[in-house]
Design a protein around this ligand. Structure first.
Ligand code: BES
Ligand code: MN
Ligand code: ZN
Length: 496
Protein backbone atom coordinates (compact mmCIF):
# COMPACT_ATOMS: atom_id res chain seq x y z
CA UNK A 1 0.00 0.00 0.00
CA UNK A 2 1.89 3.03 -1.20
CA UNK A 3 1.52 6.33 0.59
CA UNK A 4 -0.42 8.62 -1.70
CA UNK A 5 1.14 11.70 -0.13
CA UNK A 6 4.85 12.16 -0.79
CA UNK A 7 6.99 13.21 2.17
CA UNK A 8 10.47 14.52 1.68
CA UNK A 9 13.09 15.66 4.16
CA UNK A 10 15.61 18.48 3.98
CA UNK A 11 17.29 20.93 6.30
CA UNK A 12 16.00 24.22 5.04
CA UNK A 13 13.49 25.74 2.65
CA UNK A 14 15.15 26.58 -0.69
CA UNK A 15 15.41 30.25 -1.66
CA UNK A 16 13.19 30.64 -4.71
CA UNK A 17 10.15 29.30 -6.54
CA UNK A 18 8.62 27.34 -3.69
CA UNK A 19 5.44 27.36 -1.64
CA UNK A 20 6.19 27.74 2.06
CA UNK A 21 3.59 26.43 4.49
CA UNK A 22 3.32 29.06 7.23
CA UNK A 23 1.53 28.07 10.41
CA UNK A 24 -0.21 31.05 12.02
CA UNK A 25 -1.54 31.10 15.60
CA UNK A 26 -4.89 32.49 16.74
CA UNK A 27 -3.79 36.11 16.98
CA UNK A 28 -1.74 36.20 13.84
CA UNK A 29 1.39 34.98 15.61
CA UNK A 30 3.76 33.29 13.14
CA UNK A 31 4.66 29.83 14.43
CA UNK A 32 6.92 28.74 11.57
CA UNK A 33 10.51 29.95 11.58
CA UNK A 34 10.66 32.44 8.72
CA UNK A 35 13.23 35.00 7.70
CA UNK A 36 12.60 38.44 9.18
CA UNK A 37 11.71 40.24 5.95
CA UNK A 38 9.34 37.46 4.91
CA UNK A 39 7.65 37.53 8.31
CA UNK A 40 7.27 41.31 8.08
CA UNK A 41 5.70 41.00 4.66
CA UNK A 42 3.25 38.34 5.88
CA UNK A 43 2.21 40.43 8.85
CA UNK A 44 1.27 43.21 6.44
CA UNK A 45 -0.70 40.88 4.18
CA UNK A 46 -2.51 39.29 7.12
CA UNK A 47 -3.64 42.72 8.30
CA UNK A 48 -4.91 43.65 4.85
CA UNK A 49 -6.66 40.32 4.31
CA UNK A 50 -7.92 40.26 7.92
CA UNK A 51 -6.40 36.79 8.29
CA UNK A 52 -6.41 35.95 11.99
CA UNK A 53 -5.07 32.43 12.21
CA UNK A 54 -8.40 30.91 13.12
CA UNK A 55 -8.13 27.09 13.07
CA UNK A 56 -8.27 25.65 9.58
CA UNK A 57 -8.45 28.93 7.65
CA UNK A 58 -5.93 29.19 4.84
CA UNK A 59 -4.75 31.82 2.40
CA UNK A 60 -2.32 31.49 -0.50
CA UNK A 61 -0.29 34.61 -1.26
CA UNK A 62 2.48 35.46 -3.70
CA UNK A 63 5.59 37.51 -3.15
CA UNK A 64 8.20 37.82 -5.92
CA UNK A 65 8.77 34.28 -7.11
CA UNK A 66 7.61 32.61 -3.93
CA UNK A 67 4.25 31.72 -2.58
CA UNK A 68 3.15 31.28 0.99
CA UNK A 69 0.33 29.12 2.18
CA UNK A 70 -0.86 30.67 5.43
CA UNK A 71 -2.63 28.16 7.62
CA UNK A 72 -4.44 29.05 10.83
CA UNK A 73 -3.74 26.69 13.74
CA UNK A 74 -6.01 28.46 16.22
CA UNK A 75 -5.02 28.71 19.83
CA UNK A 76 -2.47 26.11 20.92
CA UNK A 77 -2.57 23.37 18.28
CA UNK A 78 -2.89 19.93 19.89
CA UNK A 79 -1.79 16.48 18.74
CA UNK A 80 -4.30 13.96 17.46
CA UNK A 81 -7.40 14.81 15.53
CA UNK A 82 -6.76 18.58 15.46
CA UNK A 83 -3.31 18.23 13.92
CA UNK A 84 -4.68 15.58 11.54
CA UNK A 85 -7.47 17.85 10.32
CA UNK A 86 -4.99 20.63 9.76
CA UNK A 87 -2.83 18.26 7.71
CA UNK A 88 -5.90 17.36 5.67
CA UNK A 89 -6.65 21.01 4.97
CA UNK A 90 -3.05 21.69 3.92
CA UNK A 91 -3.14 18.69 1.60
CA UNK A 92 -6.27 20.01 -0.07
CA UNK A 93 -4.82 23.51 -0.46
CA UNK A 94 -1.54 22.16 -1.91
CA UNK A 95 -3.34 19.88 -4.33
CA UNK A 96 -4.90 23.01 -5.82
CA UNK A 97 -1.57 24.80 -6.40
CA UNK A 98 0.40 24.48 -9.64
CA UNK A 99 3.51 22.91 -8.09
CA UNK A 100 1.53 20.63 -5.74
CA UNK A 101 4.35 20.86 -3.32
CA UNK A 102 4.81 22.74 -0.07
CA UNK A 103 7.74 23.28 2.28
CA UNK A 104 7.14 23.17 5.99
CA UNK A 105 9.82 25.18 7.79
CA UNK A 106 11.07 24.43 11.30
CA UNK A 107 8.62 25.41 14.02
CA UNK A 108 8.02 25.18 17.74
CA UNK A 109 5.59 22.27 17.51
CA UNK A 110 6.69 18.85 18.77
CA UNK A 111 7.28 15.69 16.79
CA UNK A 112 3.93 14.09 17.69
CA UNK A 113 1.98 17.06 16.37
CA UNK A 114 4.07 17.00 13.23
CA UNK A 115 3.50 13.26 12.74
CA UNK A 116 -0.25 13.66 13.25
CA UNK A 117 -0.22 16.56 10.78
CA UNK A 118 1.44 14.28 8.22
CA UNK A 119 -1.02 11.48 9.02
CA UNK A 120 -3.92 13.84 8.33
CA UNK A 121 -2.40 14.99 5.05
CA UNK A 122 -1.86 11.37 4.11
CA UNK A 123 -5.43 10.34 5.03
CA UNK A 124 -6.71 13.22 2.90
CA UNK A 125 -4.65 12.06 -0.06
CA UNK A 126 -6.55 8.79 -0.39
CA UNK A 127 -8.47 8.02 -3.57
CA UNK A 128 -9.76 4.84 -5.22
CA UNK A 129 -9.19 4.77 -8.96
CA UNK A 130 -8.74 1.05 -9.68
CA UNK A 131 -11.49 0.97 -12.29
CA UNK A 132 -10.81 4.14 -14.26
CA UNK A 133 -9.01 3.24 -17.45
CA UNK A 134 -7.47 6.71 -17.53
CA UNK A 135 -5.77 7.72 -14.31
CA UNK A 136 -5.23 11.26 -13.12
CA UNK A 137 -1.44 11.29 -13.06
CA UNK A 138 -1.24 14.38 -10.85
CA UNK A 139 -2.90 12.65 -7.93
CA UNK A 140 0.22 11.19 -6.38
CA UNK A 141 2.32 14.29 -6.91
CA UNK A 142 1.42 16.26 -3.82
CA UNK A 143 4.55 16.57 -1.70
CA UNK A 144 5.17 17.98 1.74
CA UNK A 145 8.84 18.78 2.33
CA UNK A 146 9.69 18.69 6.01
CA UNK A 147 12.50 21.07 6.92
CA UNK A 148 13.01 20.44 10.60
CA UNK A 149 16.53 21.87 10.75
CA UNK A 150 18.27 20.78 13.91
CA UNK A 151 15.65 18.17 14.83
CA UNK A 152 17.09 15.76 12.27
CA UNK A 153 13.72 14.30 11.55
CA UNK A 154 13.86 11.82 8.70
CA UNK A 155 11.96 8.97 7.12
CA UNK A 156 13.12 6.69 9.95
CA UNK A 157 11.38 8.70 12.66
CA UNK A 158 9.51 6.15 14.75
CA UNK A 159 6.46 8.39 15.20
CA UNK A 160 6.22 8.99 11.47
CA UNK A 161 6.54 5.30 10.60
CA UNK A 162 3.94 4.51 13.25
CA UNK A 163 1.49 6.95 11.65
CA UNK A 164 2.32 5.56 8.23
CA UNK A 165 1.38 2.06 9.39
CA UNK A 166 -1.89 3.42 10.74
CA UNK A 167 -2.64 5.11 7.40
CA UNK A 168 -1.84 1.83 5.60
CA UNK A 169 -4.51 0.14 7.73
CA UNK A 170 -7.07 2.87 7.01
CA UNK A 171 -6.28 2.70 3.29
CA UNK A 172 -6.70 -1.07 3.26
CA UNK A 173 -10.10 -0.76 4.93
CA UNK A 174 -11.18 1.96 2.48
CA UNK A 175 -10.01 -0.07 -0.53
CA UNK A 176 -11.98 -3.11 0.64
CA UNK A 177 -15.12 -1.04 1.14
CA UNK A 178 -14.83 0.62 -2.28
CA UNK A 179 -14.34 -2.65 -4.17
CA UNK A 180 -17.44 -3.87 -6.03
CA UNK A 181 -18.84 -7.28 -5.09
CA UNK A 182 -18.00 -8.94 -8.42
CA UNK A 183 -14.32 -8.27 -7.63
CA UNK A 184 -14.36 -8.69 -3.86
CA UNK A 185 -16.16 -11.86 -2.76
CA UNK A 186 -15.37 -14.03 0.27
CA UNK A 187 -12.42 -15.93 -1.24
CA UNK A 188 -10.87 -12.73 -2.63
CA UNK A 189 -11.35 -10.91 0.69
CA UNK A 190 -9.61 -13.82 2.42
CA UNK A 191 -6.74 -13.58 -0.09
CA UNK A 192 -6.29 -9.89 0.70
CA UNK A 193 -6.02 -10.85 4.37
CA UNK A 194 -3.53 -13.58 3.53
CA UNK A 195 -1.31 -10.94 1.95
CA UNK A 196 -0.94 -9.35 5.40
CA UNK A 197 1.25 -12.28 6.41
CA UNK A 198 4.08 -10.17 4.98
CA UNK A 199 3.76 -8.01 8.12
CA UNK A 200 4.28 -10.97 10.43
CA UNK A 201 0.60 -11.71 11.00
CA UNK A 202 -0.40 -15.37 11.23
CA UNK A 203 -3.33 -15.74 8.86
CA UNK A 204 -5.53 -18.83 8.81
CA UNK A 205 -8.45 -19.39 6.46
CA UNK A 206 -11.34 -21.72 7.25
CA UNK A 207 -13.18 -23.03 4.20
CA UNK A 208 -16.73 -24.40 4.13
CA UNK A 209 -15.65 -27.92 5.06
CA UNK A 210 -13.77 -26.58 8.10
CA UNK A 211 -16.78 -24.55 9.17
CA UNK A 212 -19.08 -27.51 8.61
CA UNK A 213 -16.90 -29.59 10.94
CA UNK A 214 -17.09 -26.86 13.55
CA UNK A 215 -20.87 -26.77 13.28
CA UNK A 216 -21.18 -23.19 12.03
CA UNK A 217 -24.71 -23.70 10.71
CA UNK A 218 -25.73 -20.07 11.18
CA UNK A 219 -22.96 -18.62 9.00
CA UNK A 220 -23.13 -21.39 6.41
CA UNK A 221 -26.91 -21.01 6.07
CA UNK A 222 -26.43 -17.40 4.93
CA UNK A 223 -23.85 -18.35 2.30
CA UNK A 224 -25.64 -21.38 0.90
CA UNK A 225 -27.60 -19.43 -1.73
CA UNK A 226 -24.45 -17.99 -3.31
CA UNK A 227 -22.18 -19.39 -6.02
CA UNK A 228 -19.33 -17.83 -4.06
CA UNK A 229 -18.01 -19.98 -1.24
CA UNK A 230 -18.00 -18.69 2.33
CA UNK A 231 -14.82 -18.26 4.36
CA UNK A 232 -13.68 -17.35 7.83
CA UNK A 233 -10.37 -15.55 8.34
CA UNK A 234 -8.37 -15.67 11.55
CA UNK A 235 -5.54 -13.17 11.89
CA UNK A 236 -3.28 -13.54 14.86
CA UNK A 237 -0.77 -10.93 16.01
CA UNK A 238 1.41 -12.22 18.80
CA UNK A 239 3.30 -9.15 19.90
CA UNK A 240 2.83 -9.63 23.63
CA UNK A 241 3.79 -12.00 26.42
CA UNK A 242 1.62 -14.90 27.49
CA UNK A 243 -1.46 -12.76 28.00
CA UNK A 244 -4.95 -13.49 26.66
CA UNK A 245 -5.48 -11.67 23.37
CA UNK A 246 -7.77 -8.77 22.64
CA UNK A 247 -10.23 -9.93 19.96
CA UNK A 248 -11.73 -8.04 17.03
CA UNK A 249 -14.57 -9.62 15.04
CA UNK A 250 -16.05 -8.37 11.77
CA UNK A 251 -19.18 -8.88 9.67
CA UNK A 252 -18.04 -9.53 6.12
CA UNK A 253 -21.10 -9.82 3.91
CA UNK A 254 -19.48 -9.07 0.55
CA UNK A 255 -22.93 -8.46 -0.92
CA UNK A 256 -26.30 -8.42 0.79
CA UNK A 257 -29.26 -8.82 -1.54
CA UNK A 258 -31.38 -9.74 1.46
CA UNK A 259 -31.60 -13.31 0.16
CA UNK A 260 -35.11 -14.69 -0.34
CA UNK A 261 -36.34 -11.76 1.79
CA UNK A 262 -35.08 -9.70 -1.12
CA UNK A 263 -34.23 -6.03 -0.70
CA UNK A 264 -35.80 -3.39 -2.99
CA UNK A 265 -33.75 -2.43 -6.07
CA UNK A 266 -33.27 1.20 -5.10
CA UNK A 267 -29.95 1.64 -3.34
CA UNK A 268 -29.15 -2.06 -3.32
CA UNK A 269 -25.72 -1.26 -4.78
CA UNK A 270 -24.83 0.07 -1.33
CA UNK A 271 -24.84 -3.48 -0.08
CA UNK A 272 -21.41 -4.02 -1.63
CA UNK A 273 -20.11 -2.34 1.53
CA UNK A 274 -21.89 -4.69 3.89
CA UNK A 275 -18.40 -5.92 4.76
CA UNK A 276 -17.41 -2.60 6.38
CA UNK A 277 -16.98 -4.26 9.78
CA UNK A 278 -14.69 -6.90 8.31
CA UNK A 279 -12.76 -4.16 6.49
CA UNK A 280 -12.25 -2.29 9.77
CA UNK A 281 -10.92 -5.46 11.41
CA UNK A 282 -8.57 -6.20 8.50
CA UNK A 283 -7.39 -2.57 8.50
CA UNK A 284 -6.87 -2.57 12.26
CA UNK A 285 -4.86 -5.81 12.11
CA UNK A 286 -2.78 -4.38 9.25
CA UNK A 287 -2.03 -1.28 11.33
CA UNK A 288 -1.32 -3.28 14.51
CA UNK A 289 1.15 -5.53 12.70
CA UNK A 290 2.70 -2.62 10.81
CA UNK A 291 3.16 -0.78 14.11
CA UNK A 292 4.59 -3.93 15.70
CA UNK A 293 2.48 -3.52 18.82
CA UNK A 294 3.69 -5.37 21.90
CA UNK A 295 0.29 -6.91 22.57
CA UNK A 296 -1.63 -10.01 21.49
CA UNK A 297 -4.50 -9.23 19.17
CA UNK A 298 -6.65 -11.61 17.20
CA UNK A 299 -8.94 -10.60 14.32
CA UNK A 300 -11.72 -12.89 13.09
CA UNK A 301 -13.83 -12.19 10.02
CA UNK A 302 -16.90 -14.05 8.78
CA UNK A 303 -17.22 -13.82 4.98
CA UNK A 304 -20.36 -14.69 3.04
CA UNK A 305 -22.44 -13.47 0.12
CA UNK A 306 -26.20 -13.29 0.82
CA UNK A 307 -27.96 -14.28 -2.42
CA UNK A 308 -31.32 -15.77 -3.42
CA UNK A 309 -31.17 -18.95 -5.49
CA UNK A 310 -32.54 -22.48 -5.61
CA UNK A 311 -30.34 -23.46 -2.69
CA UNK A 312 -30.89 -20.31 -0.65
CA UNK A 313 -32.09 -20.42 2.93
CA UNK A 314 -35.84 -19.84 3.27
CA UNK A 315 -37.75 -17.74 5.77
CA UNK A 316 -38.85 -20.17 8.46
CA UNK A 317 -35.77 -22.40 8.18
CA UNK A 318 -34.18 -23.47 11.44
CA UNK A 319 -30.38 -23.55 11.67
CA UNK A 320 -28.07 -24.68 14.46
CA UNK A 321 -25.26 -22.33 15.41
CA UNK A 322 -21.82 -23.51 16.52
CA UNK A 323 -22.84 -22.80 20.12
CA UNK A 324 -25.54 -25.45 19.79
CA UNK A 325 -28.41 -22.95 19.90
CA UNK A 326 -31.12 -23.20 17.26
CA UNK A 327 -32.34 -20.17 15.29
CA UNK A 328 -35.55 -19.74 13.34
CA UNK A 329 -34.66 -17.56 10.35
CA UNK A 330 -37.75 -15.37 9.98
CA UNK A 331 -36.08 -12.88 7.67
CA UNK A 332 -33.11 -13.88 5.51
CA UNK A 333 -32.12 -10.20 5.32
CA UNK A 334 -31.20 -10.27 9.01
CA UNK A 335 -28.09 -12.23 7.99
CA UNK A 336 -25.24 -10.32 9.60
CA UNK A 337 -26.20 -11.47 13.09
CA UNK A 338 -26.20 -15.10 11.87
CA UNK A 339 -22.66 -14.69 10.58
CA UNK A 340 -21.54 -13.02 13.80
CA UNK A 341 -23.26 -15.61 16.00
CA UNK A 342 -20.75 -18.19 14.80
CA UNK A 343 -17.79 -15.80 14.53
CA UNK A 344 -18.29 -14.56 18.11
CA UNK A 345 -18.77 -18.03 19.60
CA UNK A 346 -15.75 -19.36 17.73
CA UNK A 347 -13.56 -16.45 18.84
CA UNK A 348 -14.64 -16.62 22.47
CA UNK A 349 -14.24 -20.38 22.85
CA UNK A 350 -11.00 -20.74 20.87
CA UNK A 351 -9.07 -17.71 22.12
CA UNK A 352 -10.58 -16.98 25.56
CA UNK A 353 -9.93 -13.28 24.87
CA UNK A 354 -9.71 -10.67 27.63
CA UNK A 355 -12.22 -8.60 25.67
CA UNK A 356 -13.96 -8.80 22.34
CA UNK A 357 -15.21 -6.02 20.06
CA UNK A 358 -17.24 -6.74 16.95
CA UNK A 359 -17.98 -4.29 14.14
CA UNK A 360 -20.85 -4.73 11.71
CA UNK A 361 -23.00 -2.83 9.25
CA UNK A 362 -25.81 -4.60 11.05
CA UNK A 363 -29.04 -2.60 10.86
CA UNK A 364 -30.73 0.23 9.02
CA UNK A 365 -32.39 0.92 12.37
CA UNK A 366 -29.15 2.28 13.88
CA UNK A 367 -29.18 4.97 11.17
CA UNK A 368 -32.75 5.78 12.15
CA UNK A 369 -31.65 6.13 15.76
CA UNK A 370 -28.32 7.98 15.46
CA UNK A 371 -28.21 9.29 11.91
CA UNK A 372 -24.80 9.05 10.32
CA UNK A 373 -22.93 10.85 13.13
CA UNK A 374 -22.08 7.97 15.46
CA UNK A 375 -21.63 4.25 15.46
CA UNK A 376 -24.01 2.49 17.84
CA UNK A 377 -22.30 0.99 20.91
CA UNK A 378 -23.81 -1.97 22.75
CA UNK A 379 -21.89 -3.65 25.54
CA UNK A 380 -22.03 -5.91 28.57
CA UNK A 381 -19.12 -4.01 30.16
CA UNK A 382 -19.23 -0.39 31.33
CA UNK A 383 -15.39 -0.41 31.39
CA UNK A 384 -15.08 -1.47 27.79
CA UNK A 385 -17.89 0.89 26.81
CA UNK A 386 -16.29 3.97 28.33
CA UNK A 387 -12.89 3.13 26.83
CA UNK A 388 -14.54 2.83 23.42
CA UNK A 389 -16.27 6.17 23.94
CA UNK A 390 -12.93 7.82 24.75
CA UNK A 391 -11.09 6.20 21.85
CA UNK A 392 -13.91 7.29 19.56
CA UNK A 393 -13.76 10.88 20.77
CA UNK A 394 -9.99 11.07 20.44
CA UNK A 395 -10.03 9.84 16.84
CA UNK A 396 -13.25 11.53 15.66
CA UNK A 397 -14.71 8.07 15.09
CA UNK A 398 -17.45 8.53 17.65
CA UNK A 399 -19.73 5.93 19.19
CA UNK A 400 -22.93 6.43 21.17
CA UNK A 401 -24.03 3.95 23.78
CA UNK A 402 -27.40 2.28 23.32
CA UNK A 403 -29.46 0.26 25.83
CA UNK A 404 -29.90 -3.50 25.98
CA UNK A 405 -31.73 -5.73 28.43
CA UNK A 406 -34.30 -8.46 28.98
CA UNK A 407 -37.31 -6.48 27.81
CA UNK A 408 -35.71 -6.25 24.36
CA UNK A 409 -34.17 -9.69 24.44
CA UNK A 410 -37.60 -11.25 25.02
CA UNK A 411 -38.67 -10.07 21.56
CA UNK A 412 -36.45 -12.78 20.07
CA UNK A 413 -38.62 -15.59 21.42
CA UNK A 414 -39.50 -18.22 18.82
CA UNK A 415 -42.28 -20.81 18.94
CA UNK A 416 -40.22 -23.58 17.38
CA UNK A 417 -36.56 -22.86 18.14
CA UNK A 418 -34.34 -21.27 20.83
CA UNK A 419 -34.76 -17.88 19.20
CA UNK A 420 -35.77 -16.15 15.99
CA UNK A 421 -33.42 -13.88 14.07
CA UNK A 422 -35.50 -10.70 14.25
CA UNK A 423 -37.42 -8.91 16.99
CA UNK A 424 -40.53 -6.78 16.71
CA UNK A 425 -41.17 -3.72 14.53
CA UNK A 426 -39.31 -1.27 16.80
CA UNK A 427 -35.84 -1.04 18.33
CA UNK A 428 -34.31 -3.11 15.53
CA UNK A 429 -30.71 -2.15 16.26
CA UNK A 430 -31.19 -3.13 19.91
CA UNK A 431 -32.83 -6.49 19.31
CA UNK A 432 -30.03 -7.25 16.83
CA UNK A 433 -27.50 -6.51 19.59
CA UNK A 434 -29.45 -8.72 22.03
CA UNK A 435 -29.28 -11.51 19.46
CA UNK A 436 -25.48 -11.20 19.32
CA UNK A 437 -25.25 -11.11 23.12
CA UNK A 438 -26.74 -14.61 23.21
CA UNK A 439 -23.56 -15.90 21.58
CA UNK A 440 -21.16 -14.33 24.10
CA UNK A 441 -20.90 -16.23 27.38
CA UNK A 442 -18.53 -14.53 29.79
CA UNK A 443 -16.27 -12.07 27.98
CA UNK A 444 -16.37 -8.27 28.20
CA UNK A 445 -17.79 -7.59 24.76
CA UNK A 446 -18.95 -4.67 22.69
CA UNK A 447 -20.86 -4.56 19.43
CA UNK A 448 -20.47 -1.53 17.18
CA UNK A 449 -23.26 -1.12 14.63
CA UNK A 450 -21.51 0.90 11.93
CA UNK A 451 -24.20 0.83 9.22
CA UNK A 452 -24.20 4.65 9.24
CA UNK A 453 -20.40 5.02 9.26
CA UNK A 454 -18.75 2.65 6.77
CA UNK A 455 -19.68 4.76 3.76
CA UNK A 456 -19.93 8.54 3.55
CA UNK A 457 -21.95 10.64 1.13
CA UNK A 458 -19.52 13.56 1.18
CA UNK A 459 -15.85 14.11 1.90
CA UNK A 460 -14.49 15.81 5.04
CA UNK A 461 -10.93 16.97 5.82
CA UNK A 462 -9.47 13.49 6.25
CA UNK A 463 -12.23 11.15 5.05
CA UNK A 464 -13.18 10.75 1.37
CA UNK A 465 -16.64 10.37 -0.09
CA UNK A 466 -17.24 6.60 -0.14
CA UNK A 467 -15.33 4.08 1.96
CA UNK A 468 -14.35 5.76 5.22
CA UNK A 469 -12.16 3.17 6.93
CA UNK A 470 -14.19 3.99 10.05
CA UNK A 471 -13.05 2.00 13.06
CA UNK A 472 -9.38 1.46 12.24
CA UNK A 473 -8.13 4.54 14.07
CA UNK A 474 -10.57 4.07 16.96
CA UNK A 475 -9.57 0.43 17.49
CA UNK A 476 -5.88 1.29 17.43
CA UNK A 477 -6.45 4.02 20.00
CA UNK A 478 -8.56 1.69 22.16
CA UNK A 479 -5.81 -0.91 22.15
CA UNK A 480 -3.08 1.69 22.82
CA UNK A 481 -4.98 3.03 25.84
CA UNK A 482 -6.33 -0.32 27.01
CA UNK A 483 -6.84 -0.61 30.79
CA UNK A 484 -8.60 -3.96 31.00
CA UNK A 485 -12.32 -4.44 31.61
CA UNK A 486 -14.70 -6.57 33.58
CA UNK A 487 -18.29 -7.56 33.00
CA UNK A 488 -20.88 -5.22 34.44
CA UNK A 489 -23.21 -6.62 37.09
CA UNK A 490 -26.18 -6.20 34.82
CA UNK A 491 -25.96 -4.89 31.31
CA UNK A 492 -27.53 -1.50 30.76
CA UNK A 493 -31.13 -2.53 31.11
CA UNK A 494 -34.49 -1.01 30.49
CA UNK A 495 -37.04 -1.13 33.30
CA UNK A 496 -38.92 -4.37 33.39
N1 BES B 1 -26.79 -4.92 5.85
C1 BES B 1 -28.06 -4.61 6.35
C2 BES B 1 -28.07 -3.35 7.21
C3 BES B 1 -27.71 -2.06 6.54
C4 BES B 1 -28.70 -1.21 6.08
C5 BES B 1 -26.41 -1.67 6.40
C6 BES B 1 -28.37 -0.01 5.49
C7 BES B 1 -26.08 -0.48 5.81
C8 BES B 1 -27.07 0.36 5.36
C9 BES B 1 -28.58 -5.78 7.19
O1 BES B 1 -28.14 -7.02 6.82
C10 BES B 1 -30.05 -5.76 7.06
O2 BES B 1 -30.53 -6.01 6.00
N2 BES B 1 -30.75 -5.49 8.15
C11 BES B 1 -32.15 -5.43 8.14
C12 BES B 1 -32.65 -6.16 9.37
C13 BES B 1 -34.12 -6.42 9.35
C14 BES B 1 -34.48 -7.44 8.29
C15 BES B 1 -34.53 -6.94 10.71
C16 BES B 1 -32.56 -3.96 8.17
O3 BES B 1 -31.87 -3.18 8.80
O4 BES B 1 -33.54 -3.63 7.54
MN1 MN C 1 -29.40 -7.91 5.34
ZN1 ZN D 1 -26.37 -7.14 5.82
Amino acid sequence: MPAKLQLSFSNAVPKGNVTTICLIGQNGEIISHLEKDVAAHLIGVMATAQFTGKFGKSLLIYNDKNSYLLVGTGDNLTAGIEAEKLGGKVFLALSQTASKSGWLPDHKLDEIILADFCLGANLASYYFDSYFTEKDKDKDKVTVHLCMGSKELDAKSTVLTDRQALADGVFLARDLVFEPANKLYPVEFANRCLALARLGLEVEILDEADMERLGMGALLGVGQGSRRESRMVVMNWRGGEDEAPFALVGKGVTFDTGGISLKPAKGMEDMKWDMGGAAAVAGAMCAIAGRKLDKNIVGVIGLVENMPDGNAQRPGDVVTAMSGKTIEVINTDAEGRLVLADALHYTETRFLPQAMVNLATLTGAIIGALGKEYGGLFTNSDDLGSQLESAGKETAEGVWRMPMGPSYDRMLKSHIADMKNIGGPYGGAITAACFLARFVKSTPWAHLDIAGKAWSDSATDIVPKGGTGYGVRMLNRLIDNWQGASLSEKGQQSDD
